[in-house]
Design a protein around this ligand. Structure first.
Ligand code: SF4
Length: 542
């Protein structure tokens, strides 16, 4: 236990200050039984009793520690989301999230996910913007068999949701890109091996998001993570990582801040564990909406945060280091690109991340026939096939096109993201995935393509799972009133957000609320006025 700090967050439920008594129902559920323990009850009891035998606290809290959420019952419109009780909103089926740390996948693993989806999840599958795969329509009776299948190929659903260290994001081209600064994969594997699914960090104040990338493209959105390790070359010590803390979106968005410390690859797991430990011990547990690490970092400031990390957790100083050079080009990996070994990697972004078990299985077949059996998930709802020989590129791109996956998509198809939305999410106010797919089709037919990137992110509520505030056009789901006085699904517009050189949050345009049916007209107007007024070389974000 660490010494008391009378000036820091009194009464915020910080364990390190002696506030051990749970101050809200979520904290009580975690105190009463570790979230990870519900697995035994699923395997011994709930698989036999079915949905009706599930303890309510397991159902609505601890199940998340194994990647399980009840999905939204069909037919409940978004206007009723805020007024119904959780049990009125939920279906008897589950979303199951499979974490893919570092996005590292083999064709065997992908085929297994595809098969599980087809057999147990009505062929549903979404690639998320956090290197997870989400299945829907899962019955509790089938969960042990699903675990047996995915764990049999080295995948897991442990701590895929809940107040835990979530999937560790890694560069989709780690270890293969010609321009790589450093490969963070060994650190990702070590963190997962030592800490994921263990009780050391299974009771955090809130979710904890990690990103580790040594790509100069800065391809894991490090600015919006609780902790991030960003590839940088130290003038004396060579390639390593710059340490960032305290980023996050949702309703109080904050960009992560540099601690000014350089971390060599071998020390990343220990430094990571130090940061997570600070969060566990000093995080604000009283109010859920103040519990993310970003609030502690904002209150302490980076100097004090680094001091506590060094003195109380690592027991040694960290080396000072340089800032990474902000990435200027595309951060994604769509298209055909050279690897450093002379082979090629090929990236595709299924529209808004929506695929199916069948598509995943066929992708595994394609990757196996054309490459080495290695694939990666990306942090923008996409997928990369690795190790393709030059003479197989034509056949692979043709095979991908048959699956509706272009290697040269329009900027609209390439860059649009959508969260789960009203179809399955109990917090949603509006539909997102189907709307996003229709919107891409509509924009392509009206505008063709655009010669600069344009990110459009659709979110079903203020939680910003698809990053409302860092899109060129961020759309936050809400109920809006039409001029005729009708209440319909619509969006609040946030314009001009971005990461990298232009890192910043989009301006919330107060007056700019759109009915869902008007989104295509709005985007068309914005694009046409950009095209009419832009200076040579100007990008949309400027
Ligand atoms: Fe659900 Fe809201 Fe997240 Fe979309 S942004 S997935 S609606 S919580």
């Amino acid at each position: 236990m660490h010494h008391r700090r009378p000036d820091a967050g009194r009464g915020q439920g910080q364990w390190a200050l002696g506030h051990r008594e749970p101050l809200n129902p979520n904290e009580r559920a975690k105190r009463d039984d570790d979230g990870l323990h519900c697995r035994a009850r699923i395997e011994s009891t709930y698989r036999h009793t079915g949905f009706d035998g599930i303890d309510p606290t397991d159902l609505r809290s601890r199940f998340r520690w194994w990647g399980l959420y009840t999905q939204r019952a069909p037919g409940i419109d978004g206007g009723r989301t805020a007024v119904l009780a959780p049990e009125e909103l939920e279906d008897r089926y589950f979303m199951l999230r499979i974490r893919v740390d570092g996005g590292l996948l083999t064709t065997e693993q992908l085929r297994t996910i595809g098969t599980v989806s087809s057999r147990y999840a009505r062929d549903s599958a979404d690639l998320t913007d956090r290197q997870n795969v989400q299945l829907h329509w899962v019955r509790i009776e089938d969960v042990p068999d699903i675990w047996a299948a995915v764990e049999g190929v080295g995948l897991t659903t442990a701590e895929a949701c809940g107040d835990t260290p979530r999937v560790i994001l890694g560069s989709p081209v780690a270890g293969i890109a010609a321009d790589e600064i450093i490969d963070g994969t060994p650190a990702i594997r070590e963190i997962v091996r030592r800490f994921v699914g263990t009780e050391e960090f299974s009771n955090l104040p809130r979710k904890f998001k990690t990103a580790i990338s040594g790509s100069p493209r800065q391809d894991v959105a490090h600015e919006i993570h609780d902790v991030a390790f960003v590839g940088v070359v130290h003038p004396e010590h060579g390639p390593g990582f710059d340490l960032w803390v305290g980023g996050g979106l949702s309703t109080n968005p904050m960009l992560a801040q540099r601690l000014g410390a350089w971390v060599p690859l071998s020390e990343v797991p220990d430094v990571w564990a130090g940061v997570v430990s600070i969060f566990r011990d000093f995080g604000y547990r009283r109010l859920r909406n103040r519990a993310r690490l970003k609030f502690l970092v904002a209150d302490w400031g980076v100097r004090r945060f680094r001091e506590v990390l060094e003195q109380e957790y690592l027991h040694r100083p960290l080396l000072d280091g340089p800032a990474p050079v902000p990435a200027t080009g595309a951060r994604d990996h769509v298209g055909v690109h050279p690897q450093r070994d002379g082979r090629w990697y090929v990236g595709v972004n299924p529209t808004v991340g929506r695929v199916s078990g069948t598509v995943l299985t066929r992708l595994a077949d394609l990757a196996e026939a054309h490459g080495s059996g290695r694939l990666r998930l990306t942090s923008d709802q996409g997928l990369v096939l690795l190790d393709i020989a030059a003479d197989k590129l034509d056949s692979l791109t043709a095979g991908l096109a048959e699956l509706g996956l272009s290697t040269t998509p329009s900027t609209f198809r390439r860059n649009m993201m959508a969260c789960t939305g009203l179809e399955f999410c109990k917090l949603a106010i509006v539909e997102t995935k189907a709307r996003g797919i229709a919107l891409v089709d509509e924009l392509e037919s009206r505008l063709g393509d655009l010669d600069v990137p344009l990110t459009i992110n659709l979110n079903g509520c203020p939680n910003a799972c698809a990053r409302t505030q860092i899109a060129d056009i961020g759309l936050k789901g809400m109920i809006v009133t039409t001029p005729a006085g009708e209440q319909v699904e619509g969006f609040q517009v946030h314009l001009g957000g971005g990461l990298g050189l232009d890192a910043g949050f989009g301006r919330k345009l107060r007056g700019q609320k759109l009915a869902g049916d008007d989104v295509a007209d709005y985007v068309e107007r914005v694009v046409r006025s950009f095209q009419a007024e832009r200076e040579p070389g100007e990008r949309f974000a400027q």
